[in-house]
Design a protein around this ligand. Structure first.
Ligand SMILES: COc1ccc(C(=O)NC2CCC2)cc1-c1cc(C(C)=O)n2cccnc12
Length: 122
């Protein structure tokens, strides 16, 4: 089906979300959150995690105008981090990375911080 027509407001939201996503991806240098987790690298993952989420899926969703507000973007980000902290034990590099990323993301996505981001987006 053709991509829905983007209007002024959705494209400026999408620009903000693209910028935010780029900032969050930079906080995941090992790219643990870059792609969907497969059962091959994480045994039983698909039967434990009912709603998988990763940065590449979020990027696609932005391009398809899948987010109509910031809150929806925030909840996918939190879903991604919480999935990781559900599947992995606390003493793993993945759990620790998710905890750290979630904390950083929550600091980024506060209104005054976002205002400055909006000024950054050309
Ligand atoms: C896209 O997901 C990944 C991509 C690459 C890697 C990876 O480079 N792992 C190496 C670091 C020690 C092996 C791990 C993951 C990975 C993410 C995750 C998450 C996000 O739960 N995960 C869980 C168990 C095992 N591997 C992973």
């Amino acid at each position: 089906s053709p991509l829905p027509k983007s209007n002024e407001s959705s494209s400026s939201l999408n620009e903000l979300l693209d910028h935010l996503l780029m900032l969050l991806e930079k906080k995941d240098p090992q790219q643990f959150f870059a792609w969907p987790v497969t059962d091959a690298i994480a045994p039983g993952y698909s039967s434990i995690i009912s709603q998988p989420m990763d940065f590449s899926t979020m990027k696609l969703k932005i391009q398809e105008n899948g987010y109509t507000n910031l809150k929806q973007f925030q909840s996918d980000f939190e879903l991604m981090c919480n999935n990781c902290m559900t599947y992995n034990q606390q003493d793993t590099i993945y759990y620790k990375a998710a905890k750290k990323l979630l904390h950083i993301g929550q600091k980024f996505m506060v209104p005054e911080k976002l205002l400055s981001l909006r000024r950054e987006v050309p």
